[in-house]
Ligand binder design. Structure first.
Ligand code: GLP
Length: 243
């Protein structure tokens, strides 16, 4: 779906999430959301915060699982996805702290077990009702870089040079960008009942074209979404310009 502006598109996506939360509330059920970081979802979070403050949208029945976190990474570091999520969303809504899951960038021992338990927690919560995604210029979703397997679960991954270069400005230099991350896997993401991917701006036009029109390939992990039965790419004019 192509919009003139990312603003209007973000409002539509926030509305879809709000409708889902309210419908789960009316059935007395939890709503399980998979959330993303980066600049793409910021306006969606702004709109959800506005709906909470002005329209009384409650997040008390919401459980969230974030896609990824740099590794290693302290929570209080302003470049952490922990910090990002609290700053843009969690600190401004009524979600219960025990319902917030973000991969822990400080974990030292048994990281493999920790990653497996992350997927298990998602399953125990009933699976992701809705997964929000951005897309990286390498074709990554979450931090599933080229080479990621279709069946991959949550795990540690080595970040691609392009991904680290894109993150360099916020870390004040590529040398300061962590070399690794913890990310939900492709299988973890694909199990979501509904997936919405956001892409804005001319820098994403090339990768958006490959993700939608290219052959399914581990070299562009976003192509794995093509075989999901309920996925929508939400684009602005620039991001859709090569389609
Ligand atoms: C990071 C995140 C991804 C995100 C991507 C794009 O690499 N791990 O989940 O989709 O950045 O970021 P942006 O939305 O800022 O373009």
């Amino acid at each position: 779906v192509i919009f003139e502006s990312s603003n209007d598109a973000s409002i539509l996506v926030a509305n879809e999430i709000a409708v889902l939360i309210r419908s789960k509330q009316s059935q007395n059920k939890k709503c399980v959301l998979g959330l993303a970081t980066g600049s793409s979802p910021v306006k969606v979070y702004d709109e959800l915060v506005r709906m909470h403050k002005e329209e009384g949208l409650s997040f008390k029945n919401v459980i969230t699982f974030n896609l990824d976190e740099y590794y290693p990474m302290e929570k209080e570091n302003i470049q952490s996805y922990y910090y990002f999520m609290h700053d843009h969303l969690f600190d401004h809504i009524d979600i219960l702290p025990e319902n917030i899951y973000i991969p822990d960038g400080t974990i030292e021992k048994d990281i493999y077990k920790y990653c497996m338990s992350y997927d298990k927690k998602i399953d125990e919560a009933g699976g992701l009702d809705f997964q929000l995604l951005g897309i990286g210029r390498t074709g990554h979703v979450g931090f599933n870089e080229p080479g990621s397997h279709y069946n991959s679960g949550t795990r540690t991954i080595t970040l691609d040079y392009v991904t680290r270069a894109d993150a360099a400005p916020s870390f004040l230099g590529i040398d300061k960008v962590p070399r690794k991350a913890i990310t939900m896997g492709i299988a973890t993401i694909r199990k979501a009942k509904r997936i919405v991917l956001l892409a804005w701006g001319i820098n994403k036009a090339g990768v958006v074209k490959t993700a939608i029109e290219g052959e399914i390939s581990s070299q562009i992990p976003a192509t794995y979404l093509q075989s999901h039965n309920n996925v929508t790419f939400i684009l602005d004019d620039e991001a859709s310009s090569e389609l």
